[in-house]
Structures are given as structure tokens and as C-alpha cells.
Design a protein around this ligand. Structure first.
Ligand SMILES: *[C@@H]1O[C@H](CO)[C@@H](O)[C@H](O)[C@H]1NC(C)=O
Ligand SMILES: *[C@@H]1O[C@H](CO)[C@@H](O)[C@H](O)[C@H]1NC(C)=O
Ligand SMILES: *[C@@H]1O[C@H](CO)[C@@H](O)[C@H](O)[C@H]1NC(C)=O
Ligand SMILES: *[C@@H]1O[C@H](CO)[C@@H](O)[C@H](O)[C@H]1NC(C)=O
Length: 627
């Protein structure tokens, strides 16, 4: 058991290699804590020595306290146990993802990963004792379950139980400006059961990576889709005869592509000329969250207009954690992601994961059931699949301001992405659509300073983050989010590229960003005026959400080639992307910047920049380098 004098540093030692530590206590301020009724408890001494793990100085922006939690409410608590050999997993991941390493491509199996993330027996017994001490029957398989690696335990608890365990005061919180209005339909609002602060006994601190749900208020609504509809008129068709000689390779591209992006435009611009051969092995996954349903009829109209050769084919939908598939409610984000992922990767099979999160919750009727965060739910679900069932390329166009996600939640989710990477999966996320930051860009730690606001999970060093360009020749589109993490230090694979940029800009924006943080995005692609069919109508939709499925589909095609040639999939992409052989073949984007927070944002320049990353992909050149 750890000494009680151990510093906060030691308490999050599982991720030590990754993170030189933000003290949880430093985020805390004067939140009145409920009384801990330890006197009635037999294990009072051992479990009564509570140390605060996290607190918010105020209710997170956009949320309001709604009501007390119904007393008969039961909560599913997910407890992440310290992963005994996570350092070894991370080291392995970097080796197998580095093209110059002898282990390149030697991905791990599910059981190999699970042996590295398994908790130490001491951690298991301490957590078990703690739970038993609170009256939890660990042999009851209806209310207690463990992940196959043993690194997660899920328990059903009552409100009094969890409030005593964590010295927390849970409440029902609602999101949105209308949360006071009695007649607003409850289905348009988000309700979550959360606490503003929680503590853990000194004896268990070191053995736990995260407990959920606690202080993370983000939901599918605040994990907002990074896309928007451009209201200017959509051209009926791209006029193939109006050509402009504009690409990097001198390929003719219809000038209409600049204002009306289609799969054909993207193919010409990025040299995507390839016929998949391993469609029996390869798959592309698209993750969408509650309320975003892909529409199969819209896809047929899209094919009819832009890719008649694919007519009659579709994608499969898999429902996760109570996600839906309502064909009468086509989702803007889902349709954008699906229409571009399936058409660029065609005929590679695509799977749309419709992930439920906080279900519609009627606060008065005591029907709250599952209020867990959807990211964790999806990650647990996908990691439990067999190796051959997991698509080797996965794209997600959702994100949240990094500062709104509690520190240990960020670390834990990021480390789960590392597990997927080690199993040979490429994970792509949008960087966000707010330039260097949206709104007033004030910090939420109580200090109220202006600071650039990067987006999580894009800031996780184990995912590949995609920004946006516009126009031909390409330049930064002003919404393309980018910057530097305040949580994750700069990983070695981008050290040279990011240092070069920082040197070039000198003292610009000093104090507004964290020069030692992971830089995002890694790569970019076109992101404006994509033609999308939504409810039968043609819309022009833009966002880093548009760029991400395009890059993901290109990666899926390279995986196809590799699988067809009996090679391992690309897996975690970043060490490869930043390698010299690959940066050489990307299209560097050097014009424009990404304004936000009252500034003009980071300027693009030669090499990597925090607006378009390393640049945009050229498929045939990438294939020649990586195939
Ligand atoms: C880079 O490309 C060169 C020339 O094709 C090749 O010899 C070398 O092995 C490549 N380096 C890596 C790390 O793949
Ligand atoms: C969809 O699922 C069916 C049944 O499992 C399978 O036969 C088909 O190949 C899948 N299609 C795609 C596009 O994944
Ligand atoms: C970005 O560009 C668009 C279109 O040119 C413009 O309407 C918008 O105001 C710009 N945004 C910022 C933050 O400069
Ligand atoms: C800057 O990032 C590092 C991680 O790279 C972190 O430890 C540090 O706390 C951050 N500083 C601020 C002011 O957020």
C-alpha cells in the first residue's frame, strides 16, 4: 500500500511516462463538501481518510443544477484500475508504429494487450476490500462485472453508497439555455447525474485511474459534431468542362470543385485511384453518438448523383450502448461522415457505430438508468471485440474543449486509444471547428485567463488528428482547430517538426498556449462545401468533420493494399506520418491561419503547423511509400 505521505505526483503514476502531472488538488477550490458519515462504518478508519481527487470551481459552463437525485436511483459506476505494465504497452506501441524499428507492424493480440494492462494483484485486492467495506457484494454477477483484462470493474451502486464512497454530492444537472423553461420538451435537453467534486481514500488513490461518472459533464451534445451547414447556394452540378489546372501534380480539376466538393473532386485532388482487393478482410469504422443516425435512402441518392457505380450498396449499422437507428431522422453529421467514408473507400465494407449515451431522461419520473459517458462506453465495447472483428481504421468527428474534460478522464480515455493502436487500429479524430478557440476562451480553473482552447480527444498523442483546408491550391480554412495540449506533453515523434515551428514563430502568442504540449492537428484535408444529401436534399456542409472521413478512407485503402499483400495494417499512424519518407510526399499547406480567441490564430508555414499539421495526403504517393 502506498505511503500516505506520497505526493499527488505518485497518485497518478500509472501514466507517469506520459505526463508530468497536474495536481488534482490545484484545480479544486471552495466547494462545500458533504459530511462523510464514517462513524457508522466498520472500515471507517481505513476508508475514511479521504483525499480530494477532482473538483470544479463552478458548475461547468452551459450546465445548471436541476434537482436532487431521486433517492431510489441506482448508478453504474465504472472504476478503472491502475494498469500494472502500461509503460510497456506504450513503449511497444511506439516501436511497432515506427517504420524504422525492427518491430514495425508487429501488432499485439487482444490477450497480449490485456496482459499488459492487467492490474497488479495488490490493486485488485485493495479495491475489492474498499468495495466490500461499502457493502458491495462482489460475487453478485448481476451488479458487478470485470473487463477481461481485469483493468475495469463495473458496479451498480445506490446513491447513498456512492456518495459515501466518494465523499460526493451528486445532483441532476441540465444542459442548455432553456433548462428552466417548464414547457420545453425534455427530449431536447441533456440531463446528467454528476458531482462537482469527489474524493478517494488515501489507500486507493494510487490504484485507480478514473471513476465514472463523477465530474465529467460532457455529453453527446457538448461533444458537438464539428460540422456546419453552409447556407450559400449549392450548385446543381460540377461542370466537368470548366477545368482549372491546379493540383500539385498538374491534374485538371473542375473549378466548380472549389465551391462544390464531391467524391470525384476529392479523387482528382488527392490522386485516389485504386481498386480495393481485400474487402473480405478490411473494414472502415465510423463512430457517431446519440441522436445522429445515418440514413440509407439518402446514401442511395448520394450515389445516384455522385457515384452511380456504387448504387445499391450500403454500409452496416451497429448499435452500441443503446444507440438508435431512426431512419426518419437523418443526421447531418452522420450523413456527412458516412457518405464520404463509404464513397472514397468503396467497396470496402463500412460500419457505422451508433453509440447511445445519456438517454432521454425525464427528471421527475425516476427513470434515469445509464448516465455514463459515451466515449468510455464505446471504448469498452470495441476493446472487448475479437481482433478480427475490429475495423483497422476508425474515424470520429466529435470532440470537446480539453479543459472541460477532467484530467484523469482524459488520460484514461487516451490510454484506451493506445490499446486499440497496439492492436493495429488507426484512430482518426477531427481537430475541431473553432480555430485556436471558440467563445471567450477563458480558463475554467477559477483563474479566468484568456487561453487558446485545444480539443480533446484530438490532443491525445495516440490518435491522429485531422484539420481542414479549402480552395485549390489548398490553404488553411479559418475554422480549422489546432494548437497545443495543456494535458499531454509533446510526444517524441513530433518533436523535431513542432520545435521547428515554435522557433519560427518566436514569442508570438506567448502565454496563450502551452509550448511543451502535444501539437495538433497531424494532417489535414479539404473541409468546405461538401455536397451531402440530407433528407433527400442537397446541402453544402463543412467542418473538420468533413476532412476526417476523407483521410480515414484513404488510410483504409492503404490498409486494403497491405492486407491484400499479406502485410500488417498501418496501426497507429503518427510515428510513420512524421517520418521523413512520409512528410516528403504530403502536400504542404503554407497559406492562411486559424483565428480565434480574438487573435488571427496560428499561421500556416512550411512543414508542420498547428492549423493543417503536416499537410494533406496524396494517395498514390502515400501508397508508393507505405504500400
Ligand atoms: C525511406 O525510403 C528509403 C528509399 O526508398 C528507404 O531505403 C528507407 O528504408 C525508408 N526508410 C524507412 C524508415 O522506411
Ligand atoms: C453487413 O453485414 C452483413 C451480415 O453480417 C454482411 O454479409 C455484409 O457483408 C456487411 N456489409 C458491409 C458493407 O459491411
Ligand atoms: C472565416 O471565413 C468566413 C468566410 O470567408 C467568414 O465569414 C468568417 O467570418 C471567418 N471567420 C473568422 C473567425 O475570421
Ligand atoms: C503545459 O503542458 C504540460 C504538459 O505538457 C503540463 O504539465 C502543464 O501543466 C501545462 N501548463 C499549463 C499552464 O497548463
Amino acid at each position: 500500500m502506498p505511503a500516505s505521505s506520497q505526493s499527488l505526483k505518485g497518485r497518478i503514476s500509472p501514466m507517469r511516462w506520459l505526463l508530468p502531472i497536474i495536481g488534482f488538488a490545484s484545480l479544486s477550490a471552495a466547494i462545500p463538501s458533504p459530511q462523510y458519515s464514517s462513524s457508522t462504518h466498520s472500515h471507517a478508519k481505513r476508508w475514511g481518510d479521504l483525499v480530494q481527487r477532482h473538483s470544479w470551481p463552478a458548475v461547468p459552463k452551459g450546465w445548471k443544477f436541476h434537482s436532487d437525485v431521486p433517492e431510489d436511483y441506482k448508478m453504474t459506476l465504472r472504476i478503472g484500475l491502475k494498469q500494472h505494465r502500461f509503460d510497456a504497452l506504450a513503449n511497444t506501441l511506439f516501436q511497432i508504429s515506427d517504420p524504422s524499428h525492427t518491430r514495425y507492424g508487429a501488432h499485439l493480440s487482444k490477450s497480449q494487450v490485456e496482459s499488459l494492462v492487467a492490474p497488479h494483484a495488490t490493486s485488485v485486492s485493495i479495491i475489492d476490500d474498499w468495495l466490500r467495506g461499502h457493502g458491495i457484494d462482489l460475487s453478485d454477477s448481476n451488479s458487478v462485472s470485470r473487463s477481461s483484462g481485469g483493468d475495469w470493474i463495473t458496479v451498480e451502486v445506490t446513491m447513498p453508497q456512492v456518495e459515501e464512497m466518494l465523499n460526493a454530492k451528486y445532483g441532476v444537472y441540465s444542459y442548455g439555455l432553456d433548462s428552466d423553461s417548464k414547457d420545453a420538451s425534455s427530449s431536447n435537453r441533456d440531463y446528467v447525474v454528476r458531482t462537482l467534486a469527489y474524493s478517494l481514500p488515501q489507500a486507493v488513490h494510487d490504484h485507480i485511474t478514473v471513476i465514472s461518472p463523477t465530474t465529467y459533464f460532457g455529453t453527446w451534445r457538448s461533444m458537438r459534431a464539428t460540422s456546419f451547414v453552409d447556407t450559400t447556394e449549392v450548385l446543381a452540378d460540377v461542370d466537368q468542362n470548366k477545368l482549372a489546372v491546379v493540383t500539385h501534380d498538374g491534374v485538371d480539376i473542375p473549378v466548380d470543385c472549389i465551391t462544390n466538393m464531391t467524391p470525384d473532386c476529392l479523387r482528382r485532388l488527392y490522386n485516389i485511384w485504386y481498386k480495393p482487393q481485400a474487402t473480405h478482410l478490411n473494414k472502415l469504422g465510423i463512430v457517431g453518438y446519440l441522436g445522429e443516425f445515418g440514413n440509407r435512402a439518402d446514401l442511395q441518392i448520394f450515389y445516384e448523383r455522385y457515384m452511380p457505380s456504387a448504387l445499391g450498396t450500403s454500409y452496416n449499422t451497429t448499435l452500441v450502448n443503446g444507440g438508435g437507428d431512426d431512419q426518419s431522422k437523418p443526421g447531418r453529421e452522420a450523413n456527412l461522415d458516412i457518405q464520404y467514408a463509404v464513397s472514397i473507400s468503396y467497396p470496402t465494407p463500412n460500419i457505422y457505430y451508433s453509440v447511445g449515451g445519456s438517454p432521454p431522461f425525464i427528471p421527475d419520473s425516476r427513470t434515469v438508468k445509464n448516465t455514463n459517458e459515451p466515449y468510455l462506453e464505446w471504448l469498452h465495447w470495441i476493446l472487448a471485440l475479437k481482433d478480427e472483428e475490429i475495423p483497422k481504421t476508425i474515424t470520429t468527428s466529435y470532440g470537446d474543449d480539453e479543459q472541460t474534460v477532467p484530467y484523469d478522464y482524459q488520460i484514461t480515455v487516451c490510454n484506451l486509444f493506445a490499446q486499440l493502436g497496439a492492436r493495429g487500429v488507426s484512430i482518426l479524430f477531427s481537430s475541431g471547428d473553432v480555430g485556436v478557440g471558440g467563445g471567450d476562451c477563458m480558463t475554467n480553473d477559477g483563474s479566468n485567463k484568456k487561453r487558446f482552447q485545444p480539443g480533446f480527444p484530438g490532443t491525445c498523442p495516440f490518435v491522429t488528428t485531422v484539420g481542414s483546408t479549402t480552395h485549390i491550391p489548398e490553404r488553411v480554412v479559418n475554422f480549422s482547430s489546432g494548437g497545443f495540449s495543456n494535458t499531454f506533453p509533446r510526444p517524441s515523434y513530433q518533436d523535431a517538426a513542432v520545435s521547428t515551428y515554435l522557433q519560427a514563430i518566436g514569442g508570438m502568442y506567448s502565454g496563450l498556449y502551452n509550448a511543451s504540449g502535444r501539437g495538433v492537428p497531424d494532417i489535414a484535408a479539404q473541409g468546405t462545401r461538401f455536397k451531402v444529401i440530407l433528407g433527400g436534399e442537397t446541402k453544402a456542409i463543412g467542418g473538420t468533420s468533413a476532412s476526417t472521413p476523407v483521410v480515414a478512407a484513404m488510410i483504409a485503402l492503404i490498409n486494403d493494399y497491405r492486407l491484400a499483400n499479406k502485410k500488417p495494417t498501418l496501426g497507429f499512424l503518427n510515428p510513420m506520418l512524421y517520418s521523413e519518407n512520409v512528410t516528403r510526399v504530403l502536400n504542404d499547406v503554407t497559406e492562411g491561419s486559424n483565428p480565434g480567441c480574438g487573435t488571427t490564430g496560428f499561421p500556416a508555414r512550411e512543414g508542420w503547423d498547428p492549423a493543417t499539421g503536416l499537410g494533406t495526403p496524396d494517395f498514390l504517393r502515400l501508397l508508393a511509400t507505405l504500400g
